[in-house]
Design a protein around this ligand. Structure first.
Ligand SMILES: Cc1cc2nc3c(=O)[nH]c(=O)nc-3n(C[C@H](O)[C@H](O)[C@H](O)COP(=O)(O)OP(=O)(O)OC[C@H]3O[C@@H](n4cnc5c(N)ncnc54)[C@H](O)[C@@H]3O)c2cc1C
Length: 335
């Protein structure tokens, strides 16, 4: 259901591509949340810059929206400017040494990037087959799947500074990548495009890679929910946060802890439920609000805290909430 929040129309003159009071519910994978006060879809770097100028001039908070595959937007919406990059250029530069440099605009959908690479007989990124998102969102989180991280492929990028509007060409080191981590998370710079160093391949190698890619997509569809979810809701723990060992290894995987409570397919608030397929994935059955999803997540945090003394924290980005809606360890410890 559409949120009933209304945002007052303001008398601001916007560039033609900047709209007012635009619904976001249909632009996120969770299919929940209220509207954006201002919204635009820049199709090139110049329009992106105009949008930043607009936000600066009117002192608006900015949120960059990718495919909405890793966010939960508050039912009150976002009281600022949402920019959803639609820069979709793709450029292949095949090098003599067998490598290829592929430059993709921030708005390119990751599955499209993988398919274009396969069409060009360029391999590497198919390890991320079946993961939704854009190049911007993938770089923000340093997309990961088992041992593969996007930072193993990204060699350079173009970013723009939020305040000075200066455009920089940066290399991989600039991003300070880690697991679930990149410099973009300081919210000072936004990604305009990224360049990946990949391998040129033969027809036969590409055919194998294509098959593997299809198999990964099939496997993910069977193993995980594939709509109305943000994927993993909570991030894995950092090594220093946990003291529980399995064998000689610290148990950092949040799903290990969440699997203890029989919540799969049962723990539910409104239309928000823990997936029957995965204890760390929440699903909107159709009419959930963002608050329903938060209520399920808070219950999961409490369960893990009472049994293990740990408080899971979200991998999913929480957008537009006036206050942090989940528990922290401090808020769970009774005075
Ligand atoms: C079914 C499912 C399975 C998933 N599996 C995985 C998985 O295996 N591995 C994994 O790593 N993730 C996984 N995810 C999470 C998600 O796919 C990734 O985090 C993805 O990179 C999100 O991209 P997005 O474009 O949708 O970003 P959004 O969700 O729209 O935004 C995420 C963050 O990126 C920022 N951002 C977006 N574009 C830019 C930009 N141009 N410049 C600066 N910041 C930007 C946003 O501001 C926001 O903070 C899964 C999600 C789903 C729904």
């Amino acid at each position: 259901m559409q949120s009933t929040t209304t945002i007052k129309e303001t008398q601001i003159n916007t560039a033609p591509f900047i709209k007012q009071s635009v619904t976001l519910q249909d632009k996120t994978w969770f299919q929940t949340g209220g509207p954006a006060k201002f919204y635009c879809e820049p199709t090139n770097n110049q329009e992106f810059k105009v949008a930043l100028e607009f936000a600066k001039e009117h002192q608006l908070e900015i949120f960059i929206l990718g495919a909405g595959a890793n966010i939960l937007i508050s039912d009150d919406g976002f009281d600022g400017l949402v920019i959803r990059p639609q820069m979709k250029t793709l450029n292949f530069n095949k090098l003599v040494d067998g490598f290829a440099l592929v430059t993709a605009g921030a708005g390119v959908l990751f599955p499209d990037l993988i398919n274009s690479c396969l069409d060009q007989h360029v391999l590497g990124l198919e390890e991320f087959s079946g993961i939704p998102g854009t190049v911007g969102g993938a770089t923000f989180i340093n997309l990961h799947f088992f041992k593969f991280l996007l930072s193993q492929f990204l060699v350079s990028a173009t970013v723009i500074h939020k305040q000075s509007l200066e455009t920089l060409n940066v290399d991989q080191n600039w991003f300070d990548f880690g697991y679930n981590q990149s410099k973009l998370q300081d919210h000072e710079y936004y990604l305009l495009d990224a360049t990946f160093k990949l391998n040129q391949a033969t027809e036969l190698e590409t055919a194998y890679a294509r098959g593997r890619s299809s198999e990964m997509i099939r496997y993910r569809a069977w193993r995980y929910p594939s709509k109305n979810t943000c994927g993993s809701f909570f991030r894995n723990f950092h090594d220093h946060e946990v003291s529980h060992y399995v064998g000689d290894k610290k148990m950092i995987f949040v799903a290990y802890y969440l699997d203890n409570f029989g919540t799969k397919g049962t723990l539910k608030y409104g239309d928000a439920i823990v997936s029957h397929q995965h204890a760390n994935m929440l699903v909107n059955l159709g009419h959930a609000t963002s608050q329903d999803i938060i209520s399920v997540a808070r219950e999961m945090q409490q369960m893990v805290y009472h049994k293990f003394g740990l408080v899971p924290q979200p991998e999913c980005l929480l957008v537009g909430f006036k206050e942090y809606p989940l528990y922290t360890k401090a808020s769970l410890i009774k005075p």
